[in-house]
Design a protein around this ligand. Structure first.
Ligand code: HEC
Ligand code: HEC
Length: 404
């Protein structure tokens, strides 16, 4: 009985998860697709604003991606909002945190202190190894900054968030309304109008058509993205994109955004079914100062015939030569971690360095090919000890190796 059950689980993973290859997405991405670029709001400070007062330092803690993360607190939390928009005109996925130090509890009562809530985000949303305690320098600086910015006093009300189902909303979507809402919400990470040229992080969503399957994929991603074995959120589907709760995005707004994304003419440069073009080249040349340059990792075969050799080329480039893979996964991305053991840990410290499900083409196998990965802004080769070809939806290592 239990063996039958296990077999069924395995088969369904193989069909609908990483093993299927039955995706209906356009999947002709070129292998040299890179994912690099500017980090949106997080990069705006100049080096001359380096910390002197604790409050200035706290502002950096809030605005800078910490610990090699791709995101900063500020990417997902405004300090405050007027009519759901922050000072930059965005609505972030998480609630504002300007008064959070005065709240009685966090994350739907599951966490009792601000520092625990921050640690949960540092781990699950930012993918860092950082754990603050009440005396941590960065935590104290952030606390000072939030306190100096906070004009209220006394107890602040606890907030709640409601995780929606992954069902496609039944509301009728409106394209133009969706464009406006997209630009207030999703554009923080996916670029104004979803256009590649505006895309700050190289996450391509232009392939989305107006098919029911794509609408379902968008709904699932928006409503339930996040670490699937999370300690504080139930039923997330994987990924580092934050989910949008009922409080942060209505079903009507989701339907509107989906209609907008499905209207291919708005997605400059592509119509459904055409290959995803190569992204614009990085404007900044990459330094070649890291002592890690030249280190190599041999990908050991675990699943789907993965093999190849990864080499650190410069501070932001990894080349994979003699790459083999049967192409049968759905959302398969290259992941990095400080050491190879992390890939074997459920919810370990690993993160995507090619955050785009079309980075690799699907269905057609790779045979001794060469692939170039440009690390996303915020990632560094310095703390990159191992690399894996990773099945995102099911957290499975298809093949990995240690740099040495
Ligand atoms: C990639 C997005 C993301 C990043 C980055 C992020 N968070 Fe969060 N955070 C969330 C989401 C999603 C929630 C849960 C939903 C909500 O509160 O609206 C949350 C919840 C919280 C809460 C609980 C709010 C409450 O009252 O329940 C706090 C506090 C918080 N985050 C602080 C931080 C801090 C501090 C940082 C930076 C160190 C940070 N977060 C980074 C996405 C993020
Ligand atoms: C804080 C950054 C952030 C915001 C805001 C954000 N996303 Fe994402 N999104 C990502 C990242 C990163 C990925 C890559 C997959 C992953 O790891 O989750 C992604 C992936 C996706 C995908 C799947 C692409 C693929 O093929 O894997 C869709 C669809 C998507 N986002 C839609 C949206 C929509 C719609 C919104 C607005 C309601 C939105 N996102 C807001 C960061 C973000």
């Amino acid at each position: 009985m239990s063996r039958i059950f296990l077999t069924l689980v395995f088969v369904s993973v193989a069909l609908y998860g990483c093993g299927g290859g039955s995706s209906n997405k356009n999947s002709n991405a070129t292998a040299s697709t890179s994912s690099s670029g500017e980090n949106s709001s997080a990069n705006n400070q100049s080096s001359s604003s380096e910390a002197s007062s604790p409050s200035t330092k706290g502002q950096l803690v809030y605005e800078k991606p910490l610990g090699g993360s791709r995101f900063a607190c500020a990417d997902c939390h405004a300090l405050d909002e007027t009519g759901q928009l922050d000072a930059e005109g965005f609505r972030r996925a998480g609630h504002p945190i300007g008064d959070a130090l005065r709240r009685p509890h966090f994350k739907n009562t599951q966490l009792g202190t601000f520092v625990d809530a921050a640690n949960s985000c540092l781990d699950e949303w930012m993918g860092t190894n950082i754990t603050w305690n009440n005396n941590s320098e960065d935590y104290l600086a952030l606390k000072t900054y939030l306190t100096t910015q906070d004009t209220g006093n006394g107890d602040a009300p606890a907030l709640t968030f409601t995780l929606k189902t992954t069902d496609t909303p039944t509301e009728q979507g409106r394209v133009e309304a969706g464009r406006i809402t997209f630009n207030q919400t999703c554009a923080v990470c996916h670029g104004e109008n979803g256009e590649w040229a505006n895309n700050p992080r190289g996450i391509d969503i232009r392939y989305i058509t107006n098919s029911a399957a794509d609408a379902a994929a968008v709904a699932s991603k928006v409503r339930r993205s996040g670490r699937s074995n999370s300690d504080v959120y139930e039923g997330l589907v994987g990924g580092i994109m934050p989910f949008w709760s009922a409080e942060r995005l209505s079903d009507q707004e989701l339907a509107d955004i989906t209609a907008f994304l499905g209207a291919a003419t708005l997605n400059t440069g592509t119509t459904p079914g055409t290959p995803v073009p190569t992204p614009p080249p990085t404007t900044e040349a990459c330094d070649a100062t890291s002592p890690r340059i030249g280190q190599m990792a041999a990908l050991r075969t675990l699943q789907h015939g993965v093999s190849g050799t990864a080499t650190i080329v410069d501070n932001c480039t990894i080349k994979i030569t003699n790459f083999n893979y049967d192409g049968q996964g759905v959302d398969v991305e290259f992941y990095a971690s400080p050491n190879i053991a992390e890939f074997a840990i459920n919810g370990g410290n690993y993160y995507s360095i090619t955050p785009n499900r079309n980075f690799l083409r699907q269905s057609q196998p790779y045979v001794n090919e060469e692939i170039t990965i440009t690390l996303p802004a915020g990632s560094s080769v310095d703390n990159l000890g191992a690399i894996s070809l990773w099945c995102v939806d099911f957290d499975i290592d298809f093949g990995s190796g240690s740099f040495q």
